[in-house]
Design a protein around this ligand. Structure first.
Ligand SMILES: Cc1cc2nc3c(=O)[nH]c(=O)nc-3n(C[C@H](O)[C@H](O)[C@H](O)COP(=O)(O)OP(=O)(O)OC[C@H]3O[C@@H](n4cnc5c(N)ncnc54)[C@H](O)[C@@H]3O)c2cc1C
Length: 378
C-alpha cells in the first residue's frame, strides 16, 4: 500500500493549483458579483487537458484516473470552489458522452467539449423531484426524427450559459427504468430558461431552470439505450461526488492555510493569537479532520478506479464526510479570524458560503447516508 502521490500526480496538482492562483483567484470575487464566469477561462483550462479529464485518450481526452481528477478539483478549489465545481459538472457530462454516446454524437460533440468551446450541463433535478430523482416527469416522446422533450429542470448549473444539456427524461413507464438520457443543444426550438437564481454561494455560476416545450432532439442525441438514462446519470454522480468532496477539501485547506498565517500576525493580550493553546488545539483538530477526510476521499477514488463492487458506497461516504468536514473547517477558520472572517476582503466568508451547498447537491448528505446504510443492511 502506497499513500504517496506519484511524481506525475504531484505535477498535476501543482499545475492546477498554480493555474488557479494565476487565472482564477484574482478574479473570483468579481465573477461572484457579476454572477458569471468569463468563457475564455474554460478555453485556458482546456489547454491543460481539463476539458475531458477522464474522457478516453483515443477520443482526445486526458484519460486520467478518478483519483487524478480529484487532485485537479482539490487544487483548483484552493482558488475558487464555485469555478472548480462547475468544471466538474462539465467533465461529468463529457465522460457520459464518451462512455455512452453513439460514434456520431461523440464525433460531433466531443472535440469542442474537450476544448471547452462547448460547455456541458447536467439536468436531472426538477421542481417536484430532487432526492427522489427517479420520479422525474420531463417527457421525451419519439417522433420520426428522434425525440420531442417537454418539461422543466430546476437548479441547473450553467442553465442559459452552457451550450448543451444532458437531460434525463421519461421515454417509458414510471420509475427509473423509464428514463433516458438525451442531449439537448442550445438554440433548439422550444428550449428556454428561467431567471437567474439568487444564491448563498456558488454565485459566480449561473443557475437557472431549463424549460423544454416540445423541444426536438435528433435520435443520435440519445445516450446509450432507451431506459438506461437513470443508470448512466447515477454512474456519472459517483465521480461527481468525489469531485465535489475534493472541492470541499481544497477550499477548506486554503481557509486553514490563510488562518494559520493570520493567527501569526493577529495580536491579543500581548501575544499573537497562535500562542493560545486552546486555539492551537483547534488548528490541530482541523488539520486532523482535513487530512483524514482527504485520505478517505483518495481511497474512495481508488475504489472507483478499480471498479470495486462497493465503489458507489465509498463515493457516497466520502462525499458526506468531506463536504461536512470542509464546511466545519471553513466555519472554524472564520471564527478564528474574529470579525475579519466575516468581511468579504478576507476571503473566508466566501469559502463558507460556497461550501455549504456541497452538502445538498449531487445527492444530499441524507441520501449519502441512505446509500451507505442500504449497502450495510441488504
Ligand atoms: C446551487 C445548486 C446547483 C445545482 N445544480 C444542479 C445541476 O446542475 N443539475 C441538477 O440536476 N441538479 C442540480 N441541483 C439540484 C440538487 O441536486 C438538489 O437540490 C438536491 O438533489 C436535493 O433535491 P431537492 O432540493 O429537491 O430537495 P428534497 O429532495 O426535496 O429534499 C429536502 C430534504 O429532505 C431530505 N430527504 C429527501 N428524501 C429523503 C429520504 N428518503 N431520507 C432522508 N431524507 C430525505 C433531503 O436530504 C433534504 O434535506 C443543484 C442545486 C443547487 C442548490
Amino acid at each position: 500500500m502506497d499513500f504517496a502521490l506519484t511524481e506525475e500526480q504531484s505535477a498535476i496538482f501543482d499545475m492546477a493549483r498554480d493555474f488557479g492562483q494565476e487565472h482564477i483567484a484574482p478574479h473570483a470575487r468579481t465573477w461572484e458579483s457579476d454572477g458569471t464566469i468569463p468563457k475564455d477561462l474554460w478555453l485556458k483550462l482546456a489547454e491543460l487537458g481539463f476539458g475531458g479529464l477522464y474522457v478516453s485518450e483515443e477520443r482526445g481526452g486526458s484519460g486520467l484516473t478518478r483519483l487524478d481528477a480529484t487532485l485537479v478539483f482539490e487544487a483548483l478549489s484552493q482558488s475558487c470552489a464555485s469555478v472548480s465545481a462547475f468544471l466538474s459538472i462539465h467533465n461529468m457530462c463529457a465522460r457520459m458522452i464518451d462512455a455512452y454516446g453513439s460514434d456520431a454524437l461523440k464525433d460531433r460533440i466531443l472535440p469542442k467539449a474537450l476544448t471547452m468551446e462547448t460547455i456541458l450541463s447536467y439536468c436531472l433535478t426538477e421542481p417536484g423531484s430532487g432526492s427522489d430523482a427517479a420520479a422525474l416527469k420531463t417527457k421525451a416522446d419519439r417522433d420520426n426524427a428522434g425525440y420531442v422533450l417537454t418539461g422543466t429542470k430546476a437548479f441547473i448549473s450553467g442553465g442559459g450559459y452552457s451550450d448543451a444539456y444532458i437531460v434525463m427524461a421519461r421515454t417509458g413507464d414510471d420509475g427509473p427504468k423509464g428514463i433516458s438520457a438525451i442531449l439537448v443543444e442550445d438554440g433548439a426550438e422550444g428550449l428556454s430558461f428561467g431567471g437567474l437564481e439568487d444564491k448563498m454561494g456558488w454565485r459566480s455560476q449561473p443557475t437557472r431552470q431549463v424549460q423544454m416545450d416540445s423541444c426536438p432532439a435528433p435520435a443520435e442525441n440519445l445516450l446509450g439505450e432507451e431506459g438506461m438514462g437513470f443508470k448512466y446519470a447515477m454512474a456519472g454522480l459517483d465521480g461527481g461526488r468525489l469531485n465535489i468532496a475534493a472541492c470541499s477539501i481544497g477550499a477548506a485547506q486554503s481557509a486553514l492555510d490563510q488562518t494559520v498565517a493570520y493567527m501569526a500576525e493577529r495580536k491579543a493580550f500581548g501575544k499573537s493569537i497562535d500562542q493560545f493553546q486552546g486555539l492551537q488545539f483547534r488548528l490541530a483538530d482541523m488539520e486532523i479532520a482535513l487530512q483524514s477526510a482527504r485520505t478517505f476521499l483518495r481511497q474512495a477514488a481508488w475504489k472507483l478506479d478499480q471498479g470495486a463492487p462497493d465503489a458507489t458506497k465509498f463515493c457516497a461516504m466520502a462525499k458526506k464526510l468531506c463536504t461536512e468536514t470542509g464546511s466545519e473547517v471553513a466555519d472554524g477558520c472564520l471564527q478564528l479570524h474574529g470579525g475579519y472572517g466575516y468581511l468579504a476582503d478576507y476571503g473566508i466568508e466566501k469559502i463558507v458560503r460556497d461550501l455549504r451547498v456541497h452538502q445538498i447537491l449531487e445527492g444530499t448528505n441524507e441520501i449519502m447516508r441512505l446509500i451507505t446504510a442500504r449497502q450495510m443492511i441488504q
